[in-house]
Every structure is written in structure tokens, then in C-alpha cells.
Design a protein around this ligand. Sequence first.
Ligand code: SF4
Ligand code: SF4
Length: 98
Amino acid sequence: MSDCCSGGVCSEKTYLTFRRQDGSPWIPMYVQEVDPAKCVGCGKCVAVCLGGCYELVEVEGEKKARVVNPGNCMGDCHCHKVCPVDGGAMTCRPVEIG
Ligand code: SF4
Ligand code: SF4
């Protein structure tokens, strides 16, 4: 899990940030792409994503996730949290502001 998902600080940059009910900071992380070399095709990201951002496709006989609706992403990091690949097979980024 990234620092952003746990409410930490990404870097010196300023990112779009919200607050949880308890007042702790939360930086949404929006999905960019899936690395097919890392993805093991488990489908967990497809199952957990409320935005329908992913689909499973067959690539050279293997199931792989790919991002199909990135604009629907709410930045909640649910996909990243369930991905069994160490560090996540997907790339997610915060929105830089200022
Ligand atoms: S961050 Fe949430 S909305 Fe965005 S792709 Fe992952 S599960 Fe879907
Ligand atoms: S959860 Fe990770 S490994 Fe599983 S299909 Fe999605 S990107 Fe691939």
C-alpha cells in the first residue's frame, strides 16, 4: 500500500487532499494503467472496483486486467489494496495542484 492510501504525505508536492471523518488527511489515488507483465489475472480489481474501471482480457492465452474507464475512478485505492502483486500491478497517481 502506498503512503497516500494510508493518509501519509507523498512528497514535497501539493496534491488534491481530503479529510476523513476523524480529521486525518486522505489523498485520492487515481488509476492510470495496469502493467501486464506484473498482472496475474486474478480479477480482484475488476470485482472490487465500483467505477467499472477495469476489465479482464485474454492476452496470449493469459488473463490480464486493463483499465477501460479511468474517468470513473474515485481514487479510493480499493483495487490497489486487493491486488496480490507486491506493490500492485496497477499504477495510481494523486492529482497535483498548485
Ligand atoms: S481506485 Fe477505486 S474507483 Fe479507482 S480504479 Fe481502483 S477501485 Fe476503481
Ligand atoms: S488485482 Fe492485480 S493481479 Fe489481479 S487482475 Fe487486477 S491488476 Fe491483475
